[in-house]
Design a protein around this ligand. Structure first.
Ligand code: EPZ
Length: 430
């Protein structure tokens, strides 16, 4: 395993380029299972989760080639098995996204239940109930979802919680169903819209993507397509928060500021000068310490839960007290105890943390626990006094493309080193 060794230093200043969105790329790759012709995908980020999805698709007999762009060729005649095994699914929960397409195109699927993760139990009951409403026979045996259906039927599916991948799974399944499917209380995330655009390019008939009611008129067959993945709004926001927390000036290009207007409003409230164009956005603190801001996460278009940890760090060094409330996941404050090791003054009160800003954090060895917590620890290390070692950075490699190179472009002093810490019998680095 590696670690990131970070020397706290000067304000971050400069320009970085946003990569394609991880959370758009994964469902788009899964959608290739709906067609027998090649799917050409552009702007694919180079991430562990994308590699894992490649391995998962290859396990089924799908060929994925990557050059200037990715070509996913899921010719039905080459599909050898409609199975997503536990050893792959446990490393990436989004593997559940193959369930809908496999069932819709091949009439069967056997997908390991993802199980929980650091941030919560993360059940998939809404995915399964939706597929049952479309006529699928679903059994859960031995930790696997075993689903069969000759042909899915269109249905009205009210979802009792807003679920991003649940909406995406059911939307993909409905594209080949017999009849019309209406998803109610659907997720409105930009990545859902991006997937819908890809499916429409394949010949699917979808309306309402981006609203809470999505209508899909099933077709007998879809065809190959070319799709360019939207920019990663969470990566964009992460670099902007790094700039603000360090009192610097950071510009992110090849992105779409309209996807994070709620985050930009919070950065402006923290005292940043925010400027933007069609495909770029800049945050400039003019050397000033940020002001504390209150944040409450909720499904899009609310404040994204994937930006919550980053704003805990901003508040940790801001002037004042910031209240951060997490409403989407039940355990998404794993970064708090690590930030406290760096001197942060944070008190958890149920689903809210009260962050009292201090002038500067102090470097320390810390442990990454999940993807976005890892990013918040990197930001903390860049603004702390002294050296910070962030361990278990495989979490961060899942969702951030070359984070150390990009942070170094901004003046960050950050190196990837082998983690030679002795590992206890329990596999814990000491
Ligand atoms: C997606 O996860 C994202 N992942 C997450 O990003 C993101 O944090 C999350 O949406 C919320 O925006 C991908 O798109 C690959 P949910 P997802 O289903 O779809 C409950 C990152 O860091 N729920 O929207 O798994 C669930 O427990 C990752 O990039 C059910 O109860 O999240 C949660 O409390 C982390 N039953 C809430 O809904 C279900 O069947 C929202 O979860 C499904 C979800």
């Amino acid at each position: 395993m590696d670690l990131l060794r970070i020397e706290g230093g000067p304000p971050l200043n400069g320009v970085v380029r946003a990569s394609g969105a991880k959370n758009a790329t994964l469902p788009v790759m899964a959608s290739a299972l709906l067609i027998d012709e090649p799917l050409f995908v552009e702007n694919v980020p180079h991430l562990e989760d994308v590699t894992t999805t490649n391995v998962l698709l290859a396990h089924m007999g799908v060929s994925v080639t990557i050059g200037d762009y990715m070509v996913v060729e899921a010719d039905a005649s080459t599909i050898t098995q409609c199975v997503a095994p536990y050893d792959l699914v446990k490393t990436m929960r989004a593997s559940i996204l193959v369930l809908g397409p496999l069932l819709a195109r091949h009439g069967e699927a056997e997908v390991s239940l993802p199980g929980g993760c650091a941030i919560g139990a993360r059940p998939v009951d809404i995915h399964l109930r939706g597929l049952e409403a479309m006529g699928a026979e679903i059994r859960v045996e031995g930790g696997y979802v075993k689903a069969r259906c000759a042909r899915l039927q269109g249905a009205r599916i009210p979802m009792d919680m807003v679920t991003v991948t649940g909406t995406e799974n059911l939307m993909m399944a409905a594209t080949l169903a017999d009849g019309v499917t209406v998803l109610e209380n659907a997720a409105r995330e930009p990545e859902v819209i991006d997937l819908a655009n890809c499916l429409i390019a394949m010949g699917a008939e979808i309306s309402g993507a981006g609203t809470s009611t999505i209508t899909i008129r099933g077709k007998k067959q879809l065809h190959g397509a070319r799709h360019r993945v939207c920019p990663d709004r969470i990566e964009t926001g992460t670099f902007l928060v790094a700039g603000a927390a360090s009192r610097g000036c950071v510009k992110v290009t090849h992105t779409d500021p309209s996807l994070i207007d709620v985050v930009l409003a919070k950065l402006a409230a923290a005292g940043a000068e925010v400027t933007q164009g069609n495909d770029w956005v800049q945050v400039d603190m003019h050397g000033r310490r940020p002001r504390s801001v209150d944040v409450r996460t909720s499904p899009y278009p609310g404040f994204p839960t994937d930006m919550q940890a980053q704003f805990c760090v901003l508040n940790a060094v801001a002037d004042g007290v910031g209240m951060v409330t997490e409403t989407v996941f039940e355990n998404r404050f794993m970064h708090v105890s690590e930030l406290e090791r760096m001197g942060a003054k944070i008190r958890q009160e149920g689903h809210t943390v009260r962050v009292t800003g201090i002038e500067q954090l102090t470097g320390a060895p810390v442990m990454a626990t999940d993807l976005r917590a890892s990013a918040s620890l990197v930001i903390a290390g860049l603004i702390a006094d002294g050296t910070t070692d962030v361990r278990r950075i495989y979490h961060i490699d899942r969702g951030y493309e070359c984070i150390e190179e990009k942070m170094a472009q901004l003046g960050g002093i950050i190196r990837r080193l082998p983690d030679r810490a002795p590992v206890t019998a329990r596999g814990v680095s000491v």
